[in-house]
Design a protein around this ligand. Sequence first.
Ligand SMILES: Cc1ncc(C[n+]2csc(CCOP(=O)(O)OP(=O)(O)O)c2C)c(N)n1
Ligand SMILES: [Mg+2]
Length: 321
Amino acid sequence: MATTLTRRQLHDLYYFLRLNRRVDEQLTNFYRQGKVVGGVYSGTGQEAISVGTAYALEPEDFVGPMIRNVGTLLVRGYKPRDLFLQYMARKDGPTGGRDANTHFGDVGRGVIAPISMLGEGVNVMAGIALAARLRKEKRVAVTYVGDGAMSTGPCHEGMNFAAVQKLPLLIIAENNGWAYSTPTEKQMAVRDLAVRGKAYGIPAVIVDGNDILKVYQATRAAAARARQGRGPQMIECKTMRMKGHAEHDAANYVPKKTLEEWKKKDPILRFEKYLTSKRLMTAKEKAQIEARLDEEIRADAEFAEASPFPPPEGAARSVWA
Ligand SMILES: Cc1ncc(C[n+]2csc(CCOP(=O)(O)OP(=O)(O)O)c2C)c(N)n1
Ligand SMILES: [Mg+2]
């Protein structure tokens, strides 16, 4: 795992991985306490993809995170409280209680809100990349696509368009083995999502999505190529969805053995082992990071729970049609 990251940056990566996991855990607690409006979709087991890709970008780049990419939002400056408020549909949240999961964004932070119709995010982010080029801005746009989302027509239209137009689009294909209860082998006749990128003329690499340094390095390299005008780039990240589709889904259709095998490849434990074995993080430093997380999660959970629900008379505000 050769790397040019500084010790400080490595600790940053570890912090964001743990923050991502801790936010998901807190959201699960809120869900079980009946405080969440709707469902909770976690990125457990896939944190290295969200954090590693987002951390490798420049501030002017645009990301289009999907529901499991809370780590991307955190790296982009959103706070745990934003997620807590949002999932509990509170007034002080990013959508003021109008949406109850991650359908929010902020152009100022380069975050484009997800689109629920799977595959369409590719087109939207291709459009962002096109806009950047027309304005002669050196921005890269990043779209996250699941194995299931990659089966949709819009995804293929977007990939082809980006390839023909040579847009600075990064396609992060998250191959986590499942699309709800459908395993990838019932989803597609090829083994790798990467071949689909190549079929459209998009250079594609496959990385271990549970190895944050590999994800980071692949993203840095791909973003640099895209920035140089070499067109869209694809990174297929092999990983595993470690929970059900959402909290309501116990995922009894996933073989226990598969889960046990993937548990050993947990991206956070692996990175922690790497850092400690290479003496890049001491036990004391690790404890300090965890103490900081304890405090952040506690304070933000408290803040979110104290936030009121939005007033009913404001329900029609921002409704255009
Ligand atoms: C066009 C479309 N069809 C179906 C759905 C319902 N749906 C939401 S998430 C999901 C599974 C997505 O699987 P994948 O793309 O692999 O992402 P993952 O959940 O594994 O992160 C489905 C079928 C949808 N949102 N959009
Ligand atoms: Mg999937």
